[in-house]
Design a protein. Sequence first.
Length: 478
Amino acid sequence: MLHALSKSARVALILCLLAAPLSAQQTPSADSAAPTTAQDNLNIFPHNDASRYLLSGQANIIFQGHPGFHSPYEGTNSFLARGEYKTSLVGTLFMGYKVIANPKYELDAIYDEESAGGRGDSEALGLAGFTNLDVVRNPNLGPIPYMARVELHQTIGLTSKLVDAERTQFSLATKVPERRIDLRFGKLGLPDIYDSNGPGSDSHLQFLNWTVDNNGAWDYAADTRGYTYAFIAEYDDVDWSGRYAIALMPTVANGIDLQWNLRLASGQNMELEYRKTPLARFLNKDRKGTVRLLGFVNHANMGDYRTQINEALFARAHGSPNVVPVITDHSAQVTVKYGVGVNFEQEITKDFRVFGRFGWNEGQHESYAYTEVDQTFEVGGDYAGGGWGRKNDKFGVVGVSNAIKKDHQNYLKLGGLGFLLGDGNLNYAREDILETYYTAHNWRGLFTSFDAQLIAHPGYNQDRGPVAVFSVRTHVDF
């Protein structure tokens, strides 16, 4: 596996080795005698949450393959019917510094360097719910390290009462005002802040599928690697939070370059989070739960499926029978794509959690930044291994059903290509996915996972499949 990814592996290991000794040398701040955190046994090297500095790293290696499956035909963007296997590797160096350490007005400066190498099965084509979230959709970018995040995070306290907070790579505080405003500006990933879900957002220790870890119908602003420049304003209160973001869109669908002129393109995102669910009334009051309502509006140079279909049909009727619709074949324009999503999670017992998502977008305009999904349903759960003496192990299972609107269906049926899909024909059915995993905690920050995914109607095509995809994942936190 490492031989197949020698260049990528070398880059990630260099990042991790740089992070390891520096993390081990961190010292507590002078005004604190706080011990290292209770989570230190889940990192190779201990980290002191009282430090003004954050320096840590992670590496994630996924070996993924599938056997051959039924397929009477294939197109340019099909998931390949012959058996294949690929390896991906992501290494990240997380860095942060408290410019202002006062919890009421804390200012964090964050910088992350990352390398993403390897490839996905079928070059990450042919599935709306692709099976490996670590895969960069343009493998030609290669494993050369790049700046993943650079941002400022400002807290403005609205009360003197402080509450405990978990330190993360995106927020260094361990105490925050109970009521506060959070401001973020810079390069980041919108899923760092939006649509988060305890059992269903971490592709490094939990599920792997794109439409499990994120809402598939949320066409969130991002470049090919999943990052954008954005401004995010958030208000946090005792039981609820509200947030708004404006972000840069790519210049072309799934592109690496961003459009800096906000009059030509932008992604606006709104989310309301309430930290109780309707299930809470039936459960122990200590069982945590959250409901999130998401909305987005994108402006960009997006094509209209119906318009391109009509142009192709007109050409066919006038002596060009082989013409297929091309979604990008239009003059520069600014069109609008919008959608909504719901996300919930709920603890049932101390070891068992359930979660789910629903997403919808208008589907008339081309899928542009994330994946080709216009509607999605998801429900699943995870179970920690405390009952069998392995509290840091976890087992999870989830079901997802994705769909596209009629114009999108007809576009693919006529031979059109999206940036992910295109079998040359389409006998439409929902793309249904069942995924399960088991993650074993081996030692400190070292984990191994086994994952299986069964996809019915890959690429929404009931002429093809089903296909089973199997994965082995090794994850290290430094």
